[in-house]
Design a binder for this molecule. Structure first.
Ligand SMILES: [Zn+2]
Length: 158
């Protein structure tokens, strides 16, 4: 694969890499992922949208694929580390800017706009809220984000 990769790299994850896809979204990366994304469905989607394929399927080389990264490990921490290092991503720079469920970038939403739409204790204790236009979900920093950050820091990038 190319050594010079731009900031706006996009990924198409093989359907067997669901956990990796979610973690890449957590760190803000644009990742398509779905049950149709394997074999030729994956290579077609990647070519159409100019995405780097992430797969563990060694047979992909026979499918005349667009650029791909063969994922070595079956453990998601190793997988995430491989992608971050191979593509020189900064895992903390854009963390929590994208919806893990649907890949849409969050939009900021004013606190007064979420009153009555989030639990009262959340409204009382949080100041910053984000919104996924596609899922219609409201997000806010919470303890699970802290755990995710600790997980990312625990990967110990070289
Ligand atoms: Zn969403």
């Amino acid at each position: 694969m190319a050594t010079e990769l731009s900031e706006d790299i996009k990924f198409a994850a093989d359907k067997m890499l669901g956990k990796l896809a979610r973690w890449l979204r957590i760190i803000g990366q644009d990742v398509t992922y779905g049950s149709e994304l394997s074999g030729y469905g994956l290579t077609r989607a990647a070519r159409r949208e100019g995405r780097l394929i992430l797969t563990r399927d060694r047979a992909i080389a026979r499918k005349n694929p667009p650029p791909y990264l063969l994922i070595a490990s079956d453990r998601f921490r190793e997988q995430l580390k491989q992608v971050i290092e191979a593509c020189r991503l900064d895992p903390l720079k854009n963390a929590f800017t994208r919806c893990v469920e649907c890949n849409t970038l969050f939009e900021p939403i004013a606190k007064k706009a979420v009153e009555g739409k989030v639990p009262p204790y959340v409204f009382d204790t949080q100041e910053k809220f984000s919104f996924c236009r596609k899922c219609r979900r409201i997000y806010w920093p919470a303890t699970h984000q802290q755990k995710m950050l600790e997980e990312l820091k625990g990967l110990e990038f070289s």
